[in-house]
Design a protein around this ligand. Structure first.
Ligand code: TYM
Length: 374
């Protein structure tokens, strides 16, 4: 009997079949229920498709954040990127949602680029490499249309005069044994890795430092990043700040269908910098889980829940629920065959990337509008 691969979800490794119910239990996070969705809708007027489809599925203290907001205590947003390569479509999920939140609530956003992290955790990357990827990743962020007046992007190695001092305050409350317990580190981890979570904590109270008063913070992320903020939430009250609220996304799967889309397997991932030909090739090799022959597929149909093409529509390329239902039904009833399915998606992805890449070009002249410097 083949042993099922164990589920592992940490900031540096995601593998196995992801069981989100189990993660809710293991991490001690709360599912987003109907009541919470209603409360969000009351403020935003509509629900983003990522909320309607429960792709953003869990939270910490979102109800508290809404209480504060309803009392007139405005919050700010914080999210980030670890520049270990070009951006893939999965990274865009929390960012597109963050932009929606920024637009709906008209709030400030801090966008941390952890070039230090990727240098420390990846054997093959120099500081120069991570900075180069950072500059490229920033073009994707700007291309998504964040409000330049309210968006503050920074690299950890560049904004260090401000960050380092605050990270020190955090690190004084953090022991090696906590880091070991939370991240599974051993004595072999380098000391930069052990310290790093202090740097990722700082933007969760940075607005409070800059405004010299306590400001609630909301962090949209995919659930792999949660463990950093378990530490953050323990420490910030000791420094006199609010615990940040968090909203967690599921992982957009790779083209091979299981787990999380990952930059370490490039045929599994579509990058925002991919050419039309590369996209066509990657999608033509995608996993659909359809029956082995046309005839069988027409007769028995497929399973949209394991079909990576259907999942791409669900996560990104078909925000209209009715149209998504039609796509899922066609897959289930066998009325669409794998090659047609793949061709349709290839067209959609290439259309999106063509526009996005144009916006990346324009972004090259706009970087300083967004950068936070000290
Ligand atoms: P990074 O660069 O690994 O990922 C950036 C963001 O994308 C999310 N993500 C995904 N979301 C949906 N589907 C996927 N397949 C997928 N893969 C990655 C990640 O959860 C993350 O939200 N250390 C962080 C950078 C960081 C950060 C933060 C992230 C610094 N501060 C605050 C979130 C919030 C990192 O390496 O992310």
């Amino acid at each position: 009997m083949v042993k099922k691969e164990e589920m592992v979800v940490t900031p540096w490794e995601v593998r196995g079949k992801i069981d989100y119910e189990k993660l809710i239990e293991q991490f001690g996070i709360k599912p987003i229920n109907k009541e919470l969705l209603e409360r969000i809708k009351k403020q935003t007027g509509e629900l983003h498709y990522l909320l309607r489809r429960k792709i953003f599925f869990a939270h910490r203290d979102l109800d508290w954040l809404l209480d504060q907001y309803e009392k007139g205590n405005e919050f700010y947003l914080y999210t980030g990127r670890g520049p270990s390569g070009e951006t893939h479509l999965g990274h865009l999920i929390p960012w597109v949602f963050t932009k929606w939140l920024q637009d709906k609530f008209n709030v400030e956003l801090y966008f941390q680029i952890t070039d230090d992290e990727k240098f420390l955790f990846k054997d093959n990357l120099s500081l120069n490499d991570t900075k180069t990827f950072a500059k490229s990743n920033i073009l994707d962020i700007i291309a998504l249309g964040f409000n330049p007046k309210k968006t503050h992007i920074f690299l950890n190695t560049e904004y260090s005069k401000t960050l380092y001092k605050e990270a020190l305050r955090v690190s004084k409350h953090l022991t090696f044994s906590t880091v070991k317990a939370v991240f599974g580190f051993t004595n072999e981890n380098n000391v930069g890795e052990i310290f790093f979570t202090s740097m990722q904590t700082v933007p969760a109270f940075l607005e409070s430092v800059r405004k010299e008063k306590n400001v609630p913070c909301l962090i949209p992320l995919a659930v792999d990043q949660d463990s950093h903020f378990r530490i953050t939430r323990d420490i910030l009250p000791k420094l006199g700040y609010y615990k940040p609220a968090i909203i967690h996304s599921k992982f957009m799967p790779g083209l091979k269908g299981v787990g999380k889309m990952s930059s370490s397997d490039l045929s599994d991932t579509i990058l925002t910098t991919d050419t039309e030909e590369t996209v066509g090739w990657k999608i033509s090799n995608a996993f659909t889980g359809q029956q082995p022959t046309k005839e069988l597929q027409r007769k028995l149909g497929g399973n949209p829940d394991i079909c990576s093409i259907c999942q791409y529509y669900k996560f990104f390329f078909e925000p209209d629920d009715k149209k998504l239902d039609d796509i899922f039904r066609a897959e289930k009833e066998g009325t669409i065959l794998a090659h047609e399915h793949k061709q349709d998606l290839t067209e959609k992805v290439n259309k999106f990337l063509k526009e996005h890449q144009k916006k990346r070009e324009i972004a090259k002249g706009r970087i300083e509008e967004f950068m936070l410097r000290d």
